[in-house]
Design a protein around this ligand. Structure first.
Ligand SMILES: [Zn+2]
Length: 208
């Protein structure tokens, strides 16, 4: 990365040589998201369009005339209104945003699966294999499963992001389990709870 180039200059330098059009925003019209994504597991990657650093997720874009590709952040696709398709339909900016969020969510879920599978392999434990089965079926964990899973992942130092796991608190049983949970256990699952769930947990555990 050359120092001193402005943000718009960096974008132009990176995209114009790979495009047919010689100016922005004409060049942007030639580019579309290819549906390819990559999770680099840590925020270590660079957007090849704007050179923004610390990206964990890459989205591939391709020029329809030159067939050149770039790995970029989802923000650049949205900011420059690059084409995002569903089947053959070009999405509106709002739909495109939703789609890219959905794909990011899928990558997060996949990284949870990988961590859980790795855990179930390392530790021969019925609770963990049940948790894995449950997660595969429901795409969320119960508070009790979440505790065991996050505790063991942490203990065995298996790379994971606790906040990517989803915990269900809708069923009465799960609410009760959360209410009766030891504080140290609750602390373990805390990062996996949403803001609303954290508030719910505090209400449930405050003596009336
Ligand atoms: Zn970017």
């Amino acid at each position: 990365m050359q120092i001193g180039r402005s943000y718009p200059q960096r974008v132009r330098d990176n995209i114009l040589p790979l495009s047919v059009a010689g100016t922005l925003p004409e060049a942007f019209k030639e580019w579309a998201f290819t549906e390819n994504t990559e999770d680099h597991e840590d925020a270590i990657e660079v957007c090849q369009l704007c050179e923004h650093e610390d990206l964990r997720y890459h989205f591939e874009i391709k020029n329809e005339f030159t067939n050149k590709t770039l790995w970029v952040g989802s923000q650049c696709i949205l900011k420059f209104n690059l084409s995002v398709f569903e089947n053959t339909q070009r999405l509106t900016p709002q739909e495109a945003k939703k789609k890219l969020e959905r794909l990011t969510q899928q990558m997060r879920q996949e990284s949870c699966f990988n961590a859980l599978r790795c855990l179930a392999q390392k530790e021969d434990n019925q609770i963990l294999s049940n948790a894995l089965q449950f997660y595969e079926k429901n795409k969320y964990l119960t508070p009790k499963f979440a505790f065991v899973v996050l505790w063991r992942l942490d203990h065995l130092k298996i790379d994971h992001s606790a906040s990517f796991f989803k915990v269900n608190l809708k069923k009465a049983k799960y609410k009760n389990d959360l209410q009766d949970m030891e504080s140290s256990h609750l602390k373990m699952i805390w990062p996996a709870l949403t803001f609303a769930q954290k508030q719910q947990a505090m209400r449930l555990r405050t003596p009336a």
